[in-house]
Write a protein that binds this ligand. Structure first.
Ligand code: S3P
Length: 167
């Protein structure tokens, strides 16, 4: 298993919050891929979706992931990144991939009022269907799966405990 971590999971599962906490514990840098894309492209994620469509965003996401792959630290990935085989290949080569497994209701409460393009025009049932279709993919691509419906501190404890077991 690698010393760099990539956090994957559905929107609202806590990747950014847990990622920051994990990086603090490991005393290493933290990167949020969506934030890096927005900064590098000088546009918000909703603006990129509006101007280039989801396909355009996915191209950028892959390019920025490859750039981040050589860096030391903890990387928080957007919820759709792990769906694409070319991204999973980068994850498996460069990172210990952690699936933050959080129930749909908790995720949905956190994201329902946000500006995320894949949530905005969808009903709760549609977002739930997206959650259910993605769940097995997160499970299959991760090295570690942790219950993320706890405090960020507890989730980090669990990640580190599982990581020690795998050494
Ligand atoms: C997406 C999740 C978002 C962002 C984009 C697409 C997805 O990131 O990358 O809106 O496909 O699930 P978060 O998971 O950080 O919200």
């Amino acid at each position: 298993m690698r010393d760099n971590y990539a956090l994957v999971g559905f929107m609202g599962c806590g990747k950014t919050t847990v990622g920051r906490e994990l990086a603090k514990r490991l005393q290493c840098p933290f990167w949020d891929l969506d934030a890096a894309i927005a900064l590098g492209e000088r546009r918000t994620i909703p603006e990129i979706f509006a101007q280039q469509g989801e396909a355009g965003f996915r191209e950028l996401e892959h390019a920025y992931l490859k750039r981040a792959a050589g860096r030391r630290g903890v990387l928080s990935c957007g919820g759709g990144l792990a769906l694409f085989p070319r991204n999973r290949e980068v994850l498996s080569r460069h990172f210990t991939t952690v699936f933050l497994d959080c129930d749909f209701e908790t995720c949905y409460q956190r994201i329902r009022a946000s500006s995320r393009p894949l949530v905005q025009d969808k009903s709760e049932a549609e977002v739930r269907a997206l959650f259910e279709s993605r769940y097995p993919i997160y499970q299959a691509c991760c090295d570690l799966q942790v219950n993320a419906a706890h405090s960020p501190f507890m989730v980090v404890q669990e990640i580190l405990k599982q990581r020690r077991r795998h050494r």
